[in-house]
Design a protein around this ligand. Structure first.
Ligand SMILES: Nc1ncnc2c1ncn2[C@@H]1O[C@H](COP(=O)(O)OP(=O)(O)O)[C@@H](O)[C@H]1O
Ligand SMILES: [Mg+2]
Length: 235
């Protein structure tokens, strides 16, 4: 598999009175195309900072970030916006659906400006919401809302899907259902998925697990055998 991201000696530094504080402290890594990557670490370890740099929401203080042979660490805001629009999808713990739009309309929103969108109908089938297409978010459960968010993020067929605590607000059974859907989508569309979580149980479904602490990567593990999401056990 091709490298999708390469980070070389990346720092994100904040001034803290007289001291420099490194939210990311000399981070180097590779992420391969089509992988499911789980980033684990306690609160404050730098997970969100890492996600923000990979997804072009923020830029590093030092170091190189390469996406498909192209440096993105020094792009101007407009070019970063274009990079995100062309390549990235996002889902969050809080779903971020538009309350006044139906399931179908929420998913259609994701198609806007897409270069080569997937079928809205097929995606809604794949997230198992066909019988709910005309409902509004308030009529859905948390797990169903997250599945709408997945369909909305994937309808533009992004290269990468960033997932920030995707099951953070869900119970075990519903959370695993959401992860099963992510796993199926990864297989079908080869979408690279980068999942940030503090739930270590999710690591078993990843191809690669990155553990962070104090702004540093303390371990990178490539799972020989990847577990099905349905077989995960919440610790
Ligand atoms: N804009 C900022 N200014 C100063 N410190 C920040 C800023 N953003 C993040 N940090 C600090 O960087 C560290 C890592 O934060 P973060 O990446 O959000 O961690 P995590 O997502 O793992 O909880 C934290 O100690 C946080 O307080
Ligand atoms: Mg965070």
């Amino acid at each position: 598999m091709e490298d999708l991201y390469t980070l070389e000696h990346v720092y994100k530094t904040y001034k803290n009175y007289d001291n420099d504080y490194h939210a990311l402290d000399d981070v180097s890594l590779n992420i391969k195309e089509g992988e499911i990557v789980v980033i684990l670490g306690p609160s404050g370890s730098g997970k969100s900072t890492m996600l923000n740099l990979l997804s072009g929401i923020d830029t590093p203080s030092k170091g190189h970030i390469i996406f498909k042979d192209k440096r993105i660490d020094q792009l101007k805001p407009n070019d970063l916006t274009q990079y995100r629009a062309d390549n990235l999808g996002f889902i969050f713990q809080s779903y971020n659906l538009i309350p006044s739009l139906t399931v179908k309309e929420n998913v259609e929103l994701g198609k806007e400006l897409a270069l080569d969108p997937l079928s809205v109908k097929k995606l809604i089938e794949q997230v198992e919401l066909t019988s709910h297409v005309h409902k509004y978010p308030y009529q859905l459960s948390g797990g169903q809302m997250q599945r709408v968010a997945i369909a909305r993020a994937l309808v533009k067929n992004p290269k990468v899907l960033f997932c920030d605590e995707p099951t953070g607000a869900l119970d075990e059974e519903t959370g695993k259902k959401v992860l099963e859907i992510l796993q199926e989508m990864n297989k079908e569309y080869h979408t690279t998925m980068i999942i940030v979580t503090h739930n270590p149980s999710i690591a078993d479904m990843a191809h690669t697990v990155i553990r962070m602490n104090s702004g540093k990567i303390i371990e990178i593990k490539h799972n020989k055998k990847v577990k099905k999401a349905s077989e995960l056990r919440w610790a």
